[in-house]
Structures are given as C-alpha cells and as structure tokens.
Design a protein. Structure first.
Length: 362
C-alpha cells in the first residue's frame, strides 16, 4: 500500500464513524438474509457477501438493497464489515477475496480502479441507465451522494443576514468572528477558489497558489476541524458562526433541535460507490445486487432512512417531503453544486496535503 492509499483510507473514517453511530446498530458482523419463498428466483440459493460500514448506514442498505434483492431473486445475502481498505487490499493480493460487493468512497474507487482492484461493471446485468451518468464509473456505480456545505448558526447570526456563498465565508466585515474550515486540502482548495470567483467548471486543475492566497485571508480567524462531531459541536455551541460542514452532520444537529441553517449554493459533492472486488467468488450474483441498488424504490428507502441522496433521479418521487430539502441531488439545487474530481486528486493528494500541513504551521 503506498502513502497516498494510506491517506485515502484515513480520510473517510470520521464520516464513517458518524454513519455507524447514527442509529441503534453499532456494527455488523456476519449475518444472513434469505427468503425461502423465492427459491425459484433468478439467483435462488446463491450467496453474495455485502460489505459496508456498519451501523445505521449498513442497516439502511440492508433494508433498501439487500432484503428486496433476496426476496425477489432467492439469493442469500450475507452482511459483513465494517469495510477496512487494508483488509480489502490484503484479500485481493491473496487472490481470494471473500467480499462480493463493497461500499467504497470515491477516492478509493479511483485509486483502486487504477490498481486494477475491481471488476468492470457488467452492464448487461446492471441497468446503469437509471443512474445519473456523472455517478457511474466503469468499475463502480454510485449509491449515495453527500456534500460539503456552508453551514451557519442562526443563534450567532441573529439578524437574519445569513451567508449565501463561499465568498461570505471569507468576508470578515460582513460576517465577523470565528469560522470553521475542514482540516483537509480537499475540499478547502476548491472552496477557496469558488469563493474567489472561479466557476465550478474551471476549478480543475486547481490554481494552488491562488487558493492558498485566498485561504490566507481568514486563516487567523479560523478553527480547523478534523472530525464530523467536532464540526457539529462548534456550530451547536456557538464557538463559530459559520463554516464548512458535511450536510448529513448539520441535518443530524437540526433533527436534535439545533438552530442551524444550511446553504446549498456552491456545495461540493462526493459519492459512495458499490464495487465488485477482482476475482470475487460470486460475481454474477454481485452484479445482480448492484442492479437492485439502481432501482428508485431501493434508493428512496435508503434516503428516507438516512437522509443520504440518491443517484437515481426517479427516487425523489418516493422520498418523504421532510427529507428532500437535505439531499444533495435534490433537483431544486443539485445544479448549484460541483462534483469532486478524483482524477485530479489521485495524483495530487499527497503533495498538496504536505503543502496544506506546512501552510497551517506557517
């Protein structure tokens, strides 16, 4: 495993811990879903091992994806996890993976595909036409979308003059006081350039010097958060008035009674994908399970359970009205955001992370 891969593996742990903790189920061991009534189904009696991140997140996937698939096809779906990228790579290096379908983040999808870790998606089985094309990769199909947003405290900013763009985050006269930034080079370089007037379609390749120059303007007034719980608490406690936060974390705080607001303008999206490891033992059934994920009914169920945005646009017709405003792919404002370009970051993350660390200390 190279250094970049180690960084990629660490990048998603805090968000995953939040997902795992956001419900009554703390983690998944091996468990099995089967439906004897479907013994004559397409995959009757065939096993498929689904590995995800545990907790309420995997429970939502179990209800939305795995149980309907088992009921319809007669397959036996075994739950495993939580996902560990080191464990997955070790499986693949041995040539005998035990996982058939794995939920991975966008960064690991791109690094893993470059290392030939995944099977190509079998489009004769998986109906990718249901999915927004920007969430489809040759080696994976996006199942959820989340985003970095501009969040703010309505208790700190009491006059109703709330921030509407990333430029407001950098405007110390209009919004004086402390603000919070994600302690990671991505998405902070993208956000800095958006604040400096660069249109989304021209963000990449990143003008690094320009981005850091913009960040210099608020560095002394900023708190850098490293975990999602920290970002939530900073806003809830009023230590900062505004800042960068993941949409699901702010949703969680509001559901618990916090007086916070979320801006969708210029949000920065990221995606989770379902992949099939190279030489997975049950590849055909695995592709069938991924196809189940593309259905609007399946994605809507996951969205209603966890407020995670679907990649199938038709799912919105089945999502609760109270949940829709919190989803990054909501048709009302999906086009106000941009998708992280992992083709850029897979080769630039390590050197720019080092520069980020040096900049913070300077």
């Amino acid at each position: 495993m190279n250094d970049t891969t180690r960084k990629l593996g660490r990048f998603t742990i805090d968000r995953r811990q939040f997902l795992a903790a956001s419900g009554s189920v703390a983690a998944f061991g091996l468990s099995q879903i089967s439906h004897s009534a479907s013994a004559q189904g397409k995959y009757a009696g065939q096993k498929v091992v689904f590995a995800s991140w545990g907790g309420a997140y995997q429970d939502a996937q179990k209800q939305g994806f795995c149980e309907p698939f088992a009921k319809e096809t007669g397959a036996i779906v075994v739950q495993d996890g939580p996902v560990d990228y080191g464990k997955l790579r070790a499986m693949l290096e041995s040539g005998k993976p035990t996982w058939d379908v794995v939920d991975v983040t966008i960064d690991f999808l791109y690094s893993g595909a470059a290392d030939n870790l995944f099977e190509k998606i079998d489009t004769s089985t998986v109906d990718i036409s249901r999915i927004n094309p920007k969430y489809v990769h040759e080696h994976g199909v996006g199942d959820i979308v989340w985003s970095y947003n501009l969040g703010y405290s309505k208790s700190v900013l009491k006059d109703g003059n709330y921030p509407r763009t990333w430029a407001d985050l950098f405007d110390l006269r209009k919004f004086p006081g402390r603000r919070m930034l994600r302690d990671r080079v991505s998405p902070m370089l993208e956000i800095a350039l958006l604040a400096d007037g660069v249109p989304p379609e021209k963000i990449y390749p990143i003008d690094v010097d320009r981005a850091f120059k913009k960040l210099d303007t608020i560095k002394q007034q900023s708190i850098f958060w490293t975990t999602n719980s920290q970002s939530q608490q900073l806003l809830v406690d009023g230590e900062v008035g505004l800042g960068v936060i993941i949409n699901g974390r702010l949703y969680d705080a509001v559901k618990k009674g916090a007086n916070l607001g979320l801006e969708w303008n210029q949000h920065v999206q990221s995606v989770d994908y379902l992949v099939v490891p190279r030489n997975a033992p049950n590849r055909a059934t695995a592709m069938g399970l991924i196809n189940e994920m593309t259905k609007k009914e399946s994605q809507a169920k996951v969205a209603n359970l966890m407020a995670l945005a679907p990649t199938n646009p038709d799912a919105f017709a089945l999502i609760d009205e109270t949940v829709k405003p919190w989803l990054a792919t909501n048709p009302e404002y999906a086009n106000k955001g941009m998708l992280t370009d992992e083709n850029y970051w897979k080769s630039n993350l390590k050197p720019l992370s080092e520069r980020w660390a040096q900049w913070k200390l300077s």
